[in-house]
Design a protein around this ligand. Structure first.
Ligand code: NZQ
Ligand code: ZN
Length: 416
């Protein structure tokens, strides 16, 4: 019996059998798992002020942030107040879909200034970028830190400890061990995992999300929704807790996602959205269940090539992927149709089609279009996207590793 480690988007590395089919009995029961969620969560109003105790008193701290939203909305001021009297420097300019080219400059700062704690203040891009900085600053396996991405983080042996103040509920990066980094010069967007880069703490104050532009609110809800589906819409293993937690997250996002757009300063709504996004990708709902991250892998290539927002790519790929994999996902699609969308009437096929259509309509309702054409893409780049998937080893995706390049081509074609 052969095994290989299959990295997933939560940073867990469950052992999955490779090269042998699961027996029906194995398929129908929960897989073994080890779950460790070590990020301390400071949730709620004014929690930024409580953060100082989480960072060693004598630490040389580097605050990292993005293009300046944290200056405009006062979050950075709150951070500085919380860290009054501490040894603090800052590095700004981490862009959405953070790039190696920018981050490597921060790595030099960390080394030159002997930084021993990193504090990311921003969305998933700043948190991911800071994870890369944390690992690259102490990387010894290769002289080029891009090696971290090429080896999915498997050679990381040390990292600068980090914490974060999250300003955009979406990625779950605040309490997981994964990160996605772009190398502009080569057009690659790739991920890595390491428990060493998992944030020690994450401050989640829903109030700081009031200033999000609608596009980013929508992106965050779609991203969290898709993370949940990728750990849920596979095949049943009688994982009742994981399934019902996942359904709870989906129902919450359906209910409060549109309300976050309509009532930006509704604290209760923002709190529910923020906690849903964290719980969608902190490892909990994915423990012991099969997972299918193909939507993300196909999406990353769209972002790298066409600069689409991460969630826009997911909204494009997911409905097409669900249609393509209807047969393999049939039982869970029926469960999703019934428990999330309340679809109980009509034939099984029509319920499945209606659930996929409702998912698409939800993304559109949030303001995230679901076809390539909506983003002025005519599909002519599909061969190049497939080349990139191949280069990145993404040739056997999905819970059955049966999303080959040919299947990916059909998914991209159907998403035009
Ligand atoms: O750069 P600033 O000025 O801060 O503005 C940001 C940025 O322009 C703005 N923003 C964030 N918080 C704000 C705010 N504007 C006003 N008020 C606030 N409170 O929002 C814009 C987008 O931010 P970004 O961090 O790029 O968004 P997101 O959190 O969606 O992160 C996307 C990145 O995360 C990766 C994606 O691939 C993408 O690179 N992901 C990381 C994952 C992980 N580590 O587990 C999983 C995800 O699937 C995803 O792949
Ligand atoms: Zn995502």
């Amino acid at each position: 019996m052969r095994y290989r480690q299959v990295a997933d988007n939560t940073g867990q590395k469950p052992l999955r059998r490779f090269g042998a089919r699961l027996t029906e009995r194995e398929k129908s029961t929960m897989q073994n798992f080890i779950l460790h969620t070590p990020t301390k969560i400071l949730f709620g109003k004014q929690q930024i002020a409580e953060m100082a105790g989480q960072i060693p008193a004598d630490a040389r701290i580097l605050i990292t942030y993005g293009g300046g939203s944290v200056k405009k909305n006062g979050v950075l001021d709150q951070v500085y107040s919380a860290l009054a009297g501490r040894d603090v420097r800052e590095f700004s300019g981490i862009e959405p879909n953070p790039t190696y080219e920018t981050l490597i400059k921060a790595v030099e700062v960390v080394k030159a200034e002997n930084i021993d704690f990193l504090l990311a203040v921003g969305g998933g891009s700043v948190v991911d970028g800071t994870k890369f900085i944390a690992a690259a600053a102490r990387y010894t396996a290769d002289s080029d830190a891009w090696h971290i991405l090429q080896t999915v983080g498997s050679h990381i042996t040390d990292a600068v400890p980090m914490g974060c103040v999250l300003t955009l509920p979406a990625t779950g990066s605040e309490s997981n061990s994964g990160a996605v980094i772009t190398r502009k010069s080569s057009g690659d967007k790739q991920h890595f995992f390491s428990p060493l880069v998992q944030p020690r703490f994450a401050v989640l104050d829903p109030v700081v999300t009031y200033s999000l532009p609608p596009r980013q609110v929508a992106n965050g809800v779609v991203d969290a929704f898709v993370h949940t589906l990728e750990q849920y819409l596979t095949y049943p293993v009688d994982a009742k807790v994981q399934d019902r937690f996942a359904e709870g997250l989906l129902l919450t996002l359906l209910e409060d996602g549109p309300r976050a757009l309509a009532e930006p300063e509704n604290y209760a709504v923002r709190a529910n959205v923020m906690w849903s996004a964290t719980m969608a990708l902190n490892g909990l709902i994915g423990a012991g269940v099969p997972q299918d991250w193909a939507t993300h892998m196909l999406g990353h290539e769209l972002t790298a090539m066409h600069d689409l927002d991460h969630a826009q790519t997911l909204a494009i790929v997911l409905p097409a992927l669900l249609h393509e994999k209807k047969a393999q996902k049939r039982e869970k699609l029926l469960q999703y149709a019934e428990r999330v969308w309340g679809l109980r009437e009509g034939s099984e096929d029509s319920r499945i089609d209606d659930a996929i259509a409702a998912t698409r309509a939800f993304f559109e309702q949030m303001g995230v279009p679901t076809r390539m054409a909506d983003y002025q893409l005519d599909g002519s780049s599909i061969p190049a996207l497939l080349d990139k998937l191949q280069q990145h080893g993404m040739t056997a995706l999905g819970e059955h590793q049966d999303i080959t390049l040919d299947v990916s081509r059909r998914i991209y074609e159907a998403a035009r």
